[in-house]
Ligand binder design. Structure first.
Ligand SMILES: Cc1cc2nc3c(=O)[nH]c(=O)nc-3n(C[C@H](O)[C@H](O)[C@H](O)COP(=O)(O)O)c2cc1C
Length: 190
């Protein structure tokens, strides 16, 4: 099964990337064919709310997001990995999510035409890291990812979230969490 992982942290080799690698190792062990995309290295515009996709179900903008739409459609598992910035995901990752509005429009058009079929076997997963231990620190990111899964037509299959990790590479020291994250990745493939 194809796994598309979207890495939404601008910090190379940072905590989110380390945690994502653990989740992906589990997914690969369970047979996933992994492709990772670094959102911060892509050149794409934010959604303009131009209304184009409401007519066609397709985004009118032509940039690095364009080839990603087909890959999102082909993936059986979609993983978004992003740290918490101000109680949500960073700007690049949010801009990516906003550009999935065309999937939302396509879904609505297909629903109107009675041609929408949800595939319960396609799933999304969120990986995130935050510096603080706030009880609600991941609420915004989880809600954003749940709504994105709805637009993408995949089931929200869960998340692996780690609190209290801040300095670059600090995630490497959390060996128990990394082992759990790998196991969560394996389970997510089932
Ligand atoms: C602009 C910015 C905003 C942040 N906002 C929060 C926040 O609201 N809550 C929190 O717990 N951590 C916050 N953090 C800390 C990061 O989530 C934390 O350093 C994380 O480990 C970074 O992961 P990375 O190494 O993948 O970049 C913020 C960091 C930055 C740079």
């Amino acid at each position: 099964m194809k796994v598309l992982a979207l890495l939404g942290s601008p910090r190379k080799g940072g905590n989110t990337e380390i945690l994502l690698q653990a989740v992906l190792a589990g997914m690969a062990a369970a047979g996933g064919e992994i492709e990772t995309v670094r959102l911060c290295e892509m050149d794409f515009q934010p959604c303009l709310n131009c209304g184009g996709c409401e007519k066609t179900g397709t985004c009118v903008l032509a940039d690095d997001m364009t080839p990603l739409y087909d890959r999102l459609d082909a993936a059986g598992r979609i993983v978004l990995a992003a740290p918490i910035y101000f109680y949500n995901i960073p700007a690049h990752a949010k801009a990516f999510i906003d550009r999935t509005q065309s999937f939302w429009s396509r879904k609505r058009l297909l629903q109107k035409a009675g041609r929408w079929h949800e595939d319960p076997n396609r799933k999304g997963f969120l990986v995130s890291v935050a510096a603080t231990h706030g009880r609600r620190v991941f609420d915004g990111a989880v809600l954003t990812m749940k709504y994105a899964c709805d637009a993408l037509g995949v089931v929200y299959g869960g998340d692996y979230l780690v609190r209290g990790i801040d300095r670059r590479g600090e995630m490497l020291k959390a060996t128990a969490a990394l082992a759990e994250a790998r196991a969560a990745g394996e389970r997510f493939m089932r």
